[in-house]
Design a protein around this ligand. Structure first.
Ligand code: FEO
Ligand code: CA
Length: 653
């Protein structure tokens, strides 16, 4: 999401009192930790225990290397010609590739869906059409049909509505006046789409006849609440006396696919849809303040009373979860997996650990919030997908505490753990206000954790930290005050075991312009003038184990001088920390959901909120900074999925 939506800090206590010296108060000496690593047969040197090398390779040296960078080609593991930094109304891809719009907001998903007409939109039509603001894209390969080269289901998040871009001639004070029908349209436009796509004669297209196509929305989809918090009294409302079924999932930002073929969709800024008040002494007052509830800009609560916390104070507790959807069973009820905790989930990327258990890496995308992982209790059964249907209901949720010496501890968010025993009544209670539990355990407040992506090829885990302009005190894991440009941390779990409770970490790049000293950026000096970026957000590892990172500067593209986009980022060898620009989005957009086909020959990217330039609430379709992708009279800019292929065939990039 464009971060203009919600950038208040709610972790006030931690952000103010987490001083540098406090971070330096160590429960383990570094030496003891190194010893453990060596004992486990892992040489400290290979694990980057130069550790805080984050302070080496300063930006000045990069600036000095400028001439060298521009005149000397270098060996890259990526084989494409770079896109240049810049910004205009169009998208741009590396010249040796094609980039075609595959599906746009409003395009029919079903045979009986009406064609998109923005001036006559209804909630009913929207429920049969592709939703708004596509974010995460998951790729689930299917057996191709006769004549096809490939077939897949795309699992797509539709994060949030922008009424000023969705409704023609939207009035100045339109947000306060959104009608009941407009609210219903925006509810129908968010949530998820499952859509079948096929590749024939090297061209991808949507199959509107597919039995798998599905819309899930906040308007009318029943979602089951599952796991330890299901049925808890804090999840009960007047519409759901048992606390087990909720209508809809919303603010679905990024996500992940499980090894058994289900789709995890992650609820992020759910607070944006709530309005109303509760008294300061209400039992939920502290909890709601910690999650920025209410933070209304959509007027849902006026017409749909469950989004008014004065009427339904528990309704916000029913959002902020990871939801599992089975795309192969279009009639199945999605499940909110409460064992994974309630926070502003960015994504949920999964990997199977050496012992067969599943690990899900997750970021809480707000300034000074935390990095989490979930480790399942049971092992994954790859032979029988059904056997995993409740795997995500049992396991341990951990939060990260970073130490300046280059390692971290994963702290279990278990009810019996230290201060959590007295502060919470049960594990369900811990999971509902997991931010408070993480505060109590002394987790490290980070610079807005976004995607966290494990790489099964090399065992590393990449953590996108998008920015944090409010940081006043630096530490080695969040090394810049007023961090406008973000950074990327690489984790190496102890013993290369994703279930470990300790890991080594290293700052791989500090984003921003390496030629501007006050950005204090850190890149490999071989990075070209287009190769650096700002505000890393989504990321993906391609089938060859190479890392790709997309950016979301949240309306601050003027600071970097380039629109958002997708960059290839070297992670190994002498080129480590070198970026290369691959795709650039049109004005006002961010780039989300990069997803590769299984063979790496197609790349699906989500262009979110094109034309959304300017102050929140003020943008309008008619005057937007682009009318991409249609550029047609009466047609607003439309968030769309773009599919990228190499012109000569073969692996993308
Ligand atoms: Fe929805 Fe973290 O961006
Ligand atoms: Ca995002």
């Amino acid at each position: 999401m464009n971060d203009q939506g919600d950038n208040r800090i709610t972790n006030l206590s931690r952000s103010q009192d987490e001083s540098f010296s406090e971070v330096c108060e160590r429960r383990f000496s570094r030496r003891a930790f190194v010893k453990t690593g060596v004992a486990a047969g892992v040489a400290a040197a290979t694990l980057g225990l130069a550790g805080c090398s984050s302070d080496k390779a300063p930006s000045e040296s990069a600036a000095q290397d400028n001439r060298w960078r521009e005149s000397n080609p270098y060996k890259s593991s990526f084989d494409f010609h770079e896109v240049e930094h810049g910004g205009d109304e169009h998208h741009h891809v590396a010249p040796d590739h094609s980039a075609e719009v595959l599906i746009r907001w409003g395009d029919p998903l079903f045979r009986n869906a009406p064609e998109f007409d923005p001036s006559a939109q209804t909630a009913e039509s929207q429920s049969l059409q592709f939703g708004y603001n596509n974010d995460y894209v998951g790729y689930l390969g299917l057996e191709p049909k006769k004549g096809q080269e490939a077939r897949a289901l795309l699992c797509v998040n539709h994060e949030y509505p922008i009424a000023g871009l969705m409704f023609p001639n939207f009035p100045k004070d339109g947000y306060e006046k959104l009608s009941a029908e407009q609210v219903a349209i925006t509810q129908a436009a968010t949530g998820n789409s499952i859509v079948e796509v096929g590749l024939k004669d090297s061209e991808w297209s949507v199959n509107t006849n597919s039995k798998y196509n599905r819309r899930i929305s906040t308007l009318d989809t029943e979602i089951e609440i599952s796991g330890p918090a299901a049925g808890h009294h804090r999840l009960k409302t007047s519409a759901d006396k048992h606390g087990r079924v909720v209508i809809g999932t919303m603010n679905n930002c990024a996500g992940g696919m499980t090894p058994w073929g289900t789709y995890l969709t992650c609820e992020e800024n759910f607070n944006n849809h709530f309005l109303g008040e509760i008294p300061d002494n209400h039992p939920e007052a502290e909890n709601h303040a910690r999650y920025n509830v209410p933070y209304d800009y959509t007027n849902w609560g006026k017409h749909d009373k469950r989004f008014d916390i004065g009427v339904e104070p528990n309704e916000p507790n029913r959002f902020g979860w990871v939801v599992e959807i089975d795309p192969l069973n279009p009639k199945s009820r999605p499940k909110k997996r409460t064992a994974l905790g309630r926070f502003k989930h960015e994504g949920g990327e999964t990997i199977v650990a050496p012992d067969g258990r599943l690990v899900v890496y997750m970021g809480d995308d707000q300034q000074f919030e935390y990095l989490y992982k979930f480790v399942s209790r049971d092992t994954v059964n790859l032979d029988r997908p059904k056997a995993n249907q409740d795997l995500l209901d049992h396991g341990t949720l951990y939060v990260a505490k970073f130490y300046d010496e280059g390692y971290l501890e994963w702290l279990p968010l278990e009810h019996g753990n230290g201060p959590l025993q007295a502060e919470f009544e049960s594990q369900a209670d811990v999971l509902i206000n997991v931010r408070k539990a993480a505060d109590l355990l002394g987790a490290t407040p980070m610079d807005r954790p976004e995607d966290v992506v494990p790489n099964k090829e090399n065992g590393k885990v990449y953590v996108m930290l998008t920015n944090n302009s409010k940081r006043k005190e630096a530490n080695n894991a969040n090394p810049r005050v007023e961090n406008y440009f973000g950074h990327i941390i690489e984790l190496t779990e102890l013993d290369n075991d994703f279930t470990s409770t300790r890991a080594y970490w290293d700052v791989m790049v500090k984003c921003g312009n390496p030629d501007v000293p006050n950005h204090q950026a850190m890149w490999n000096p071989k990075t070209s003038k287009n190769g650096w970026f700002a505000s890393p957000d989504n990321a993906v590892v391609d089938p060859s184990g190479r890392l790709w990172v997309s950016s979301d500067q949240g309306g601050k593209a003027f600071m970097s001088g380039t629109n958002d986009g997708l960059w290839a980022l070297e992670t190994e060898g002498s080129m480590r920390g070198t970026g290369k620009m691959f795709f650039r989005v049109p004005n006002g957009a961010e780039l989300c959901g990069p997803a590769f086909s299984d063979d790496g020959e197609s790349l699906f990217v989500a262009v979110q909120h094109p034309g959304d330039t300017g102050k929140p609430g003020e943008v309008r379709a008619e005057t937007a900074s682009t009318q991409w992708p249609d550029f047609a009279d009466g047609m607003p800019p439309r968030p769309s999925i773009v599919v990228i292929q190499k012109k000569a065939g073969g692996q993308v990039g």
